[in-house]
Design a binder for this molecule. Structure first.
Ligand code: SF4
Length: 421
């Protein structure tokens, strides 16, 4: 067993990342550290980011003593301090273990990314599994010439469209894969519309309190008109193969808070064509608005959740609405035979904890959920566990959890063949 474990990796003060044969790779799940056998790792996927973690020392496994060891000094130069390293996996990959470290008392909260375990075995390896075969956001599918051409085409076609201007910024500044795909006329396109939200997620990526790490994106500060939305959506639906257009993006608040605009936009789109999938990514807080959008022509809905347990959900989402609204929103869609998925924020050690699994299975079954998108929660693990404030028993493991939930598994909103030309 011991020889089939990847080596620990660490970074020196200059940020050079290297491996150390003397200690094996360790994965973290909740508050538990586990030595990582090779078979629990994959070759590091193309498009992964590597992060050096300030004021955090790596934890490794001593293959001889069987003990966990915190490495604080550079084994190749004892005069140097060293730092833990983690990887941020690309889209379509779900993390199964977190990186392992010991925090220094003067450390501050890490930015909003997922910190997955990284090791070395004839190359970098990581603890994750590919949960979606779609190449929709694979890094080598983005061609900047085509994107620039696409931006020119959109701005020439719709010179006064504020949403086009906003999405141009998303593509060129944030390199948002959904915006990049819009300007390449492929796959799923974003339709952000809401500057407001009725939750205050601890890990919100569009708006954060000044005392927290900055949010990776700025929230849209205007409500596009139904015409502006329909222009973007229809151009995409008529240009892309298997087009999906989605409300509810990382650069906005909650789309249901501007539901009237969305309803009118959907009507404008469906007046022109029955092609394409109109999807809503949402916190599902307003069932009556979901019903209205479904009646207008909404095809699918994705509910964002970190948990199907009220206490864990409320600790993270800090909602101004009742948790039961999520279930009632799913019912409104299912009553109209629409497609409903869950965007589950995967956190090893919490998502697969016994009570969480039980609640998730019950929600999926009772709400007749069609699919779970197993996405990584982008947050400092220590801050998240402090926020949740639960003593977690050992989890069953993320791969087994994905296997045990009897619905379609993936990472992206699927193109649904709605049988209409
Ligand atoms: S529901 Fe979305 S926009 Fe609202 S606080 Fe949470 S992450 Fe942010």
């Amino acid at each position: 067993m011991t020889e089939l474990m990847p080596n620990l990796v660490f970074a020196d003060a200059k940020g050079n990342i290297m491996d150390f044969e003397g200690l094996a790779m360790v994965g973290r799940s909740g508050d538990y550290f586990y030595p990582m056998p090779c078979e629990e790792t994959i070759e590091l996927p193309r498009g992964s980011q590597l992060y050096v973690l300030p004021k955090r020392h790596p934890v490794g496994f001593d293959r001889h003593t069987g003990e966990m060891v915190v490495l604080t000094r550079n084994p190749y130069d004892e005069s140097q301090q060293i730092f833990a390293v983690a990887t941020f996996l690309p889209a379509a990959y779900t993390q199964t273990y977190l990186a392992s470290w010991e925090r220094r008392s003067d450390s501050s909260e890490l930015p909003f990314f997922a910190y997955t375990a990284l090791g070395w075995h004839d190359g970098f390896v990581a603890t994750g599994i590919r949960t979606d075969p779609s190449l929709r956001q694979d890094p080598n599918t983005f061609h900047h010439d085509r994107i620039r051409q696409g931006i020119r085409a959109f701005t020439e076609l719709f010179p006064d469209n504020r949403l086009v201007e906003h999405l141009q910024h998303c593509a060129m500044v944030y390199e948002c894969p959904a915006a990049l795909n819009l300007f390449q006329d492929r796959e799923e396109a974003p339709l952000p519309a809401s500057p407001f939200c009725n939750a205050r997620c601890v890990g919100c990526i569009s708006k954060q309190d000044p005392c927290r790490p900055p949010s990776p994106q700025q929230r849209i500060d205007f409500i596009p008109s139904p015409q502006e939305i329909a222009e973007v959506a229809l151009k995409h639906i008529f240009s892309a193969q298997n087009p999906v257009v989605s409300f509810g993006q990382g650069c906005e608040g909650e789309p249901l808070l501007v539901a009237d605009t969305l309803r009118d936009a959907i009507r404008l789109i469906r007046k022109e064509t029955s092609k394409g999938v109109i999807n809503l990514n949402t916190n599902a807080s307003l069932p009556e608005k979901v019903a209205e959008l479904a009646d207008a022509g909404l095809d699918s809905m994705r509910i964002s959740m970190n948990s199907a347990r009220r206490s864990t959900y409320e600790a993270y989402f800090q909602p101004s609405y009742d948790f039961d609204a999520l279930f009632r929103s799913a019912q409104e869609m299912k009553r109209r035979e629409r497609f409903v998925s869950i965007n589950l924020f995967v956190f090893p050690g919490l998502s697969d904890a016994p009570k969480e699994v039980e609640a998730l299975k019950r929600f999926v079954s009772d709400a007749k959920i069609d699919m779970i998108q197993w996405r990584n929660l982008n947050i400092d693990p220590d801050h998240y566990l402090d926020t949740i404030g639960q003593k977690l028993p050992a989890g069953m493991g993320i791969p087994r959890l994905i296997h045990e939930i009897p619905v379609r598994a993936g990472y992206f909103n699927p193109y649904l063949d709605l049988g209409m030309s």
